[in-house]
Design a protein around this ligand. Structure first.
Ligand code: HEM
Length: 461
């Protein structure tokens, strides 16, 4: 039976009744796509091959260090049962130019954004000119190798093994180091200090069962992020996913100043001041959704994700807030979001070190203005219909979801003209006086589009 990518049900990956094609799919799919892999410590190597034969041999040998999605699920289960540590994550992505270098035509790939490469999509995305990107990203990038684990030791050892396999004709054109950032409660946060990585599309039955919602259904079919691997030996059972990688630098000081200015403009005092930042993000720093609460819930609770904006015209969560712009979830079943099939599986990691306490209320002056940020990564079935659509048609469009919304205050790119209004108080139908949009505090420093092929493809090179 062919692999059912959208049969309306979450995948029961350990079912004895699983058909042979779906089994083969899971045995050949890279980890970290269907379920996030631990990558508290992460090495990201960007490679350029000098010749096709060397590149093919290298990737074939790296495949021997990789595990399958199924093996990853089994490791997660073992860890949950007995804290048995898993093995490091090794993931491989190949760019359009990379495939060409390996001697493969990309005509069979369905995604035009992938086939163009990120550099040629910069105008669509209002990205900075390539000349302003960091040097390594201005180079031709053929492949990316991601190495992740809970502790630094296995990452360092695996990185050394990967580099030892690299042929003399190839070079490392760039490298990033991701380090998980956590708040005092151990929750994963991004550099502006907010809990991140919470709302994700879920594909596996055990994950969906653990997060059943009344107002929001996190289940999405596999067709959201999996596509047939057109160059694999058996494309009907070998699958992959498109990866967008973007290095997004965060000017934390400027964002904190913007929070303060907005709090002043809205007349917020004392314990109400964090409402300003929450209006920009859509959640308070500890993850409390503004749609549900006007003050942060007490710490120690599970970060809520069971809400939609159905009955909120923007008086609780402003329509301009980052999480509302990027996932309008206007009904339990996703409404517009699900109809368009936009939601990506976000798998980013923070980079850069901090000498201040990222989640506290210390004044903006002591915050970094650069050198820290997010290695944004997300898996897509279509880069055009998911990542690019989210960035361009939603985040960068001041008229989405309604006229006067303004840019996404966190990731919006392009001229931020026009003023925006916020609720005068949480839940109030009255709007504030028009406010200048907050300045852009996230800067794209470079990146690339990749396809994460099946293990069958890599082993057969
Ligand atoms: C959610 C921050 C870049 C799309 C979030 C959340 C935070 C956050 C704090 C809330 C936690 C959660 O629900 O997971 C940031 C920062 C970024 C960034 C600081 C850049 C430095 C992006 C980009 C995109 C994006 C580039 C897509 C183009 C999303 C989506 C959600 C989200 C889809 C989930 C919304 C939901 O389902 O409720 N982000 N983000 N983010 N972000 Fe971002």
């Amino acid at each position: 039976m062919p692999v059912q990518l959208s049969n309306g049900k979450p995948l029961v990956w350990d079912s004895a009744a699983l058909d042979a094609d779906t089994r083969a799919m899971l045995d050949n799919l890279q980890p970290n796509i269907l379920q996030a892999h631990v990558r508290e410590h992460l090495a990201v190597l960007f490679l350029q091959f000098g010749d096709g034969a060397g590149g093919r041999r290298f990737l074939r040998e790296v495949a021997a260090l990789m595990k399958s999605a199924r093996r990853h699920f089994e490791e997660v289960r073992a860890f949950n049962a007995s804290k048995a540590p898993g093995t490091p994550y090794v993931g491989v992505g190949i760019s359009r130019l990379g495939y060409n270098k390996l001697g493969h035509d990309t005509v069979k790939f369905t995604d035009n954004a992938f086939k163009s490469g990120l550099k040629r999509r910069k105008d669509t995305l209002s990205d900075p000119p390539v000349s302003a990107w960091e040097a390594s990203y201005r180079e031709e990038i053929h492949a990316v190798v991601l190495i992740g684990d809970a502790t630094p030791g296995p990452v360092a050892a695996t990185r050394a093994r990967v580099l030892a396999l690299l042929p003399k004709t190839a070079k490392v054109v760039g490298e990033e180091t991701g380090n998980g950032l956590r708040d005092a409660q151990g929750r994963g946060i991004e550099h502006f200090g907010y809990v991140d990585g919470r709302s994700q599309p879920l594909f596996l039955a055990d994950q969906v069962a653990a997060e059943r919602g009344v107002n929001w259904t996190p289940f999405f079919p596999l067709s959201h992020i999996l596509v047939s691997d057109p160059l694999a030996p058996k494309p009907e059972r070998h699958f992959g996913s498109y990866l967008v990688f973007r290095k997004l630098e965060q000017n934390v000081r400027a964002f904190r100043e913007a929070e303060e200015r907005l709090a002043d403009a809205l007349g917020l005092t004392g314990a109400d001041r964090p409402l300003a930042g929450a209006m920009l993000v859509g959640r308070f720093r500890n993850g409390t959704p503004l749609r549900l609460h006007g003050r942060p819930s007490s710490d120690g609770f599970a970060v809520q994700n069971d809400f939609s904006y159905r009955d909120d015209p923007g008086s609780k969560c402003p329509v301009s807030a980052h999480i509302r712009k990027t996932n309008p979830r206007d009904s339990r079943d996703g409404g517009l979001e699900r109809v368009l099939g936009v939601m990506m599986a976000r798998r980013g990691q923070t980079y850069g070190t901090r000498t201040d306490v990222p989640w506290d209320d210390a004044p903006p002056q002591n915050r970094p203005t650069g050198g820290v940020g997010l290695l944004f990564m997300a898996f897509n079935a279509s880069l055009q219909a998911q990542f690019e659509f989210t960035q361009q048609a939603w985040a960068d469009s001041p008229g989405f979801p309604v006229d006067g919304t303004g840019h996404d205050p966190v990731i919006g790119q392009g001229e931020r003209e026009g003023k925006v209004r916020f609720p005068q108080a949480w839940g109030s139908e009255k709007r504030s006086a028009p406010q200048a949009q907050v300045p852009q505090t996230v800067t794209m420093k470079g990146g690339e589009y990749f396809f994460m092929p099946s293990l069958a493809y890599l082993k057969g090179l």
